[in-house]
Design a protein around this ligand. Structure first.
Ligand SMILES: C[S@@+](CC[C@H](N)C(=O)[O-])C[C@H]1O[C@@H](n2cnc3c(N)ncnc32)[C@H](O)[C@@H]1O
Length: 567
C-alpha cells in the first residue's frame, strides 16, 4: 500500500480497496485483499477479506452498525489487530458468511473471547510490509469508519471492555453535548453566520494572504474546517496541500464548495472526522483554525487545536492563530443589573392561580445571575483599565485548559457601583510578514462573539483609586464549556487603611454554557476614529447606559439570526 490512494478521501470512499500482504499467509506470494464497503443489501458496512487467487476463498464479514463494534489496534509499527464484537442476536443465520475464523484460521491469528453471555469478539492480526503501509491502512480505516459509521465504532460497548478505544475527545465530552454541537455546525445557516462576520472572516483572510510566505509550498491542516473557507484561503495563499479536518456533516458541504473552486480543489483534501481521531498521511508545516468560542474558551475547541498541534504539526511549525488573550475589567451598568434582577420578580407572586411562588424566588434570582450576559456594551461602562490572561497556543498543554485560574487586580478610575466583570478576547496571527490581531473588544467593530459580562448579585461600591482584587476561576465541564467562579473584593482604601484589608467581597458562580444573549435592542455605538477602545472616562461623564446608545455604528452580524449558540 502507498499513500497514493489518500487523495480519494476528497470524495467519500463508498468502497475502499486496500491491498494487504500478510506475512502469516501460508503462501507468502498471495496478497490478501481487504476491502471496506457499504453493502448494497441493507446498507451495512462490510469488511471483506479474500485471497486474490483463487477467488473461491472469498470471505465476507458484515459489520452492522447496531450490533458489532469493529476496532483496529496497532500492535507494533507494522502489525495491527482487527477486532469485532458481535452479539448472538445478529448471528450466522442472518449473515451466513460471517464465519471468518474458520475459513481463515490457517492464515490469520484469530482470537475469540467471551465478553458477556450475549456478545463475543474475534480478532485478526494484519502484518504490513512497511510502517508506511501500516499508517496508510490505519488512515484509510479511520476515514472509512467516519464516513460509513460516523466514527461511532467502539462507543456502544456496554460492558466497558478493553475493546473500547475512545479518543481524548470522547473521554472528556458528554456524547449528548457532542451530538448537539456537531449537529449545530453541520448546518449551513450557522456556518453562514460565521462567514458573515466580516470582521472575523476578513481578518483571517488578510492574515493568511498577507503572510503568503508562510503558506507557499507548505502542508496545512485546517482544524475544524467547517465550510472549508480557511482551507480555501490557505490554498489561495499557495499552500502545497491542505487537509481540511471537519467532524460534522459540514464536511460534505465543504467538499462541494471546494470542488466548485477547481483551481484550488486539487490541493485540498477534506477529511471527515475529529482531529483527535483522524489520521493524516503527512505532518503539517502550519495549522490554521478558528477554535474560539465565547470568552475564547467556550466550546473547548482550543483543546482540539492543541491536540492537533501535538498530533500533526512539525516541530516549530506555525499556528494561525498563534495565541489568544482574555481581557477583563470591572464595569458599572445599573440598567443591566436591574434588568437581570427583575427577571426573577415573577417568582415574587403570592397568588399565581392561587399558588404562592415566593419559595422559588431565591433560586430563580441566583439562576439569572448565573448566566453570563452576552452583548455589545459601551466601553465607557468600564471602571478600570483592563488586565489580560495570555494563552499561547504553540506551547500550552491541553490539560492546562481544563482549569484556568486568573488572579484579578484593578485600580478603579472612578467612584461608582461595580456590577461585575466584563470580558472579551483577542487572538494574534503571528505571521512572518505581518502580525494581525482579531479583537472582540468593546468599542471595536462588533463580531458575532460580542462581549461577555459576569454580573454580581451583590454590587460593590468603589472610590477612584481604590484597588479591586479577585479571582476568575474557570473549570471545564464535559458539556464543552466551563463553570466560572468569580470573586471580586474592594480593598481598604485611603490613609490609615489596614494593609491588604478587604472592605467588601462579592462572588458568583456562572455557567458559560448558559449565557443570556441580550440582543433585543440594537447595540450600536458611535465612535470617533481616534478614540481608544478601552479609553476610560470619569463617572460623571457616563450619562448613558448601553441600551440608550444609538448611532451609526455597526450592526452585529447575527443580530437577526439565531442566537450564536455555543460560540
Ligand atoms: C467555529 S467553526 C469554524 C469553521 C471554519 N473553520 C470557519 O472558520 O468558518 C468550528 C468548526 O470546527 C468543527 N470542529 C469542532 N471540534 C472539532 C474536532 N474536534 N474535530 C474536527 N472538527 C471539529 C466544528 O464542527 C465546526 O465546523
Amino acid at each position: 500500500m502507498s499513500s497514493r490512494w489518500f487523495p480519494c478521501l476528497s470524495s467519500p470512499p463508498p468502497h475502499l480497496l486496500l491491498l494487504v500482504r500478510q506475512q502469516s499467509l501460508v503462501s507468502a506470494s498471495i496478497p490478501e485483499l481487504l476491502s471496506f464497503s457499504s453493502s448494497t443489501n441493507q446498507n451495512l458496512p462490510r469488511l471483506s477479506t479474500s485471497t486474490l487467487v483463487p477467488p473461491s476463498n472469498d470471505v465476507n464479514v458484515y459489520i452492522t452498525t447496531w450490533s458489532v463494534v469493529f476496532q483496529l489496534f496497532k500492535l507494533g509499527p507494522v502489525e495491527s489487530v482487527c477486532i469485532t464484537v458481535d452479539s448472538e442476536t445478529s448471528s450466522k443465520k442472518e449473515f451466513c458468511d460471517w464465519n471468518f475464523s474458520e475459513v481463515l484460521s490457517d492464515v490469520c491469528l484469530t482470537t475469540s473471547f467471551l465478553l458477556s453471555q450475549k456478545s463475543y469478539s474475534r480478532g485478526i492480526t494484519i502484518r504490513f510490509r512497511t510502517e508506511d503501509e501500516s499508517k496508510a491502512f490505519h488512515c484509510a480505516f479511520e476515514q472509512w469508519k467516519n464516513e460509513v459509521i460516523g466514527g461511532s465504532a467502539g462507543e456502544c460497548l456496554e460492558n466497558g471492555s478493553l475493546l473500547t478505544s475512545r479518543s481524548k475527545f470522547d473521554n472528556k465530552i458528554e456524547a449528548a453535548s457532542a451530538k448537539m454541537y456537531f449537529h449545530y455546525y453541520g448546518q449551513l445557516l450557522h456556518q453562514q453566520n460565521m462567514l458573515q462576520d466580516y470582521v472575523r472572516t476578513g481578518t483571517y483572510c488578510a492574515a493568511v494572504i498577507e503572510n503568503r510566505a508562510d503558506f507557499i509550498g507548505r502542508v496545512v491542516v485546517d482544524v475544524g474546517a467547517g465550510s472549508g473557507i480557511l482551507s480555501l484561503f490557505a490554498a489561495q495563499a499557495g499552500a502545497k496541500h491542505v487537509y481540511a479536518v471537519e467532524a460534522s456533516e459540514m464536511a460534505e458541504y465543504a467538499r462541494r464548495l471546494i470542488a466548485g473552486n477547481p483551481s484550488l480543489a486539487q490541493r485540498i483534501t477534506v477529511v471527515k472526522g475529529k482531529v483527535e481521531e483522524v489520521e493524516l498521511p503527512e505532518k503539517a508545516d502550519i495549522l490554521i483554525s478558528e477554535p474560539m468560542g465565547t470568552l475564547l474558551v467556550n466550546e473547548r475547541m482550543l483543546e482540539s487545536y492543541v491536540i492537533a498541534r501535538d498530533r500533526f504539526l512539525v516541530p516549530k511549525g506555525k499556528m494561525f492563530p498563534t495565541m489568544g488573550r482574555i481581557h477583563m475589567a470591572p464595569f458599572s451598568d445599573e440598567y443591566l443589573y436591574v434588568e437581570v434582577a427583575n427577571k426573577a420578580l415573577f417568582w415574587q407572586q403570592h397568588n399565581y392561580y392561587g399558588v404562592d411562588l415566593t419559595p422559588l424566588y431565591g433560586p430563580a434570582f441566583q439562576g439569572y445571575f448565573s448566566q453570563p450576559v452576552v452583548d455589545a456594551f459601551d466601553p465607557r461602562l468600564l471602571v478600570a483599565p483592563a488586565t489580560f490572561h495570555t494563552i499561547d497556543f504553540t506551547s500550552i498543554k491541553e490539560e492546562d485548559l481544563y482549569e484556568i485560574d486568573i488572579p484579578l487586580s484593578f485600580i478603579a478610575s472612578v467612584g461608582t457601583r461595580v456590577h461585575g466583570l466584563a470580558c472579551w478576547f483577542d487572538v494574534l496571527f503571528n505571521g512572518s510578514t505581518v502580525q494581525r490581531w482579531l479583537t472582540t473588544a468593546p468599542g471595536a467593530p462588533t463580531t458575532h462573539w460580542y462581549q461577555l459580562r459576569c454580573v454580581l448579585s451583590q454590587p460593590m461600591y468603589v472610590m477612584a483609586g481604590q484597588e479591586i482584587t479577585g479571582r476568575l476561576h474557570m473549570v471545564a465541564h464535559n458539556a464543552q464549556s466551563y463553570t466560572m467562579y468569580l470573586t471580586m473584593s474592594a480593598k481598604m482604601w485611603g490613609a490609615g487603611a489596614e494593609q491588604g484589608g478587604i472592605l467588601q467581597t462579592s462572588s458568583c458562580k456562572l455557567d458559560l454554557k448558559e449565557p443570556y444573549y441580550r440582543m433585543s435592542q440594537p447595540q450600536a455605538y458611535a465612535w470617533s476614529q481616534d478614540q481608544q477602545p478601552h479609553q476610560l472616562v470619569h463617572a460623571q461623564d457616563i450619562p448613558i447606559q448601553s441600551q440608550d446608545v444609538v448611532g451609526p455604528g455597526l450592526t452585529p452580524p447575527s443580530q437577526n439570526s439565531a442566537a450564536p449558540l455555543n460560540r
